[in-house]
Design a protein around this ligand. Structure first.
Ligand code: GTP
Ligand code: MG
Length: 291
């Protein structure tokens, strides 16, 4: 009997709902999500193994025109995913519409004859459901669908459409594998998500999280030490908060998410650290796992 397997890239603008959809497609929250644009910073693989098939979903940073070193790393991640995939999901929030970023991506994909599924996101949001749809694209996508990552509506149909277009190949990963990223990195990302959630607009974009210790030697408890990196003293003051109240709030939020994800009690020691210009330095961007 033939087996199917392949790489499926999720591409689209910042905030389109790519990471939310990846989590829904894989059935596990692997990718962090926030209302801020440019939440995702690098490629993340989410593996879905089914009878007779294995789908390697690749989450990517949003398509945008930023020029800083961190943006350059993000662009590379998008380009690699675009150039390596067997099927592309172009995820579009109908409220955002289509722009030059989409057209560039489409022409790149057309050059390799990759099937493109145009996926309208957030159907549970009335404004998204009511927005004009579908947009006119050239070249035209192989199929147009609509989904809600929140409710799961349309996701089974999307999965079936993906499966039909996967090449014949053996599985690439063991069937219980969910991602290619180490737990340490996923833990750092959950802390970053908690920081975005607690600090909203107050926090600068150049926040990073580095897990400095990850100790699983005790059966009932995982001990994690992490640094929340900011670039200036003024940012540190905000992230620490009056009497340390903000970093405590971030730490509690992050610990609850980590416990849910790891299925164990977690002790998290979180501190805020100033590292000037980390987001300008290529080797730090790489060491932090954004590349
Ligand atoms: N109501 C609703 N909100 C959604 C849905 N999908 C995503 N969102 C919200 O839209 C925002 C952006 O979602 P993300 O999944 O982080 O979007 P993204 O495309 O990964 O964004 P970047 O990583 O910044 O490129 C978050 O606030 C999500 O909660 C959906 O199906 N329904
Ligand atoms: Mg994302």
């Amino acid at each position: 009997m033939s087996h199917r397997a392949g790489v499926v890239a999720l591409l689209g603008l910042p905030n389109a709902g790519k990471s939310s959809l990846l989590n829904r497609l894989v059935g596990e929250k692997l990718a962090i999500v926030s209302p801020r644009p440019q939440t995702t910073r690098g490629r993340l693989l989410g593996i879905r193994t089914l009878p007779g098939a294995q789908i390697l979903f690749v989450d990517t940073p949003g398509l945008h025109a930023g020029r800083k070193p961190l943006h350059a790393a993000m662009h590379e991640a998008v380009r690699e995913a675009t150039d390596d995939c067997d099927v592309a999901l172009l995820v579009v929030d109908p409220q955002q519409g289509i722009g030059p970023e989409h057209r560039e991506t489409l022409s790149r994909l057309a050059g390799r004859a990759v099937p493109v599924l145009l996926v309208g996101s957030k159907t549970d949001v009335p404004a998204a459901a009511a927005a004009p749809w579908p947009p006119v694209l050239d070249p035209a996508p192989a199929l147009v669908l609509r989904v809600s990552a929140r409710t799961g509506a349309g996701v089974e149909a999307l999965l079936a459409a993906v499966l039909e277009r996967l090449p014949q190949a053996p599985a690439y990963y063991p069937e219980d594998e969910l991602t290619d990223r180490p737990l340490r990195f996923l833990a750092a990302e959950l802390v970053r998500e908690a920081a975005f959630g607690a600090l909203h607009e107050e926090l600068p974009y150049a926040v990073a999280v580095e897990v400095t210790a990850y100790d699983e030697s005790r059966a009932d408890l995982i001990r994690i030490e992490a640094d929340l990196l900011v670039e200036r003293d003024s940012q540190k003051r905000i992230a620490v908060g009056a009497g340390g109240e903000m970093v405590k709030r971030i730490g509690t939020r992050a610990r609850l998410e980590l416990e849910r994800f790891l299925g164990k009690r977690v002790h998290l020691a979180l501190r805020v650290k100033v590292e000037p210009r980390w987001s300008q330095r290529r080797e730090r961007i790489e060491a932090l796992g954004y590349r």
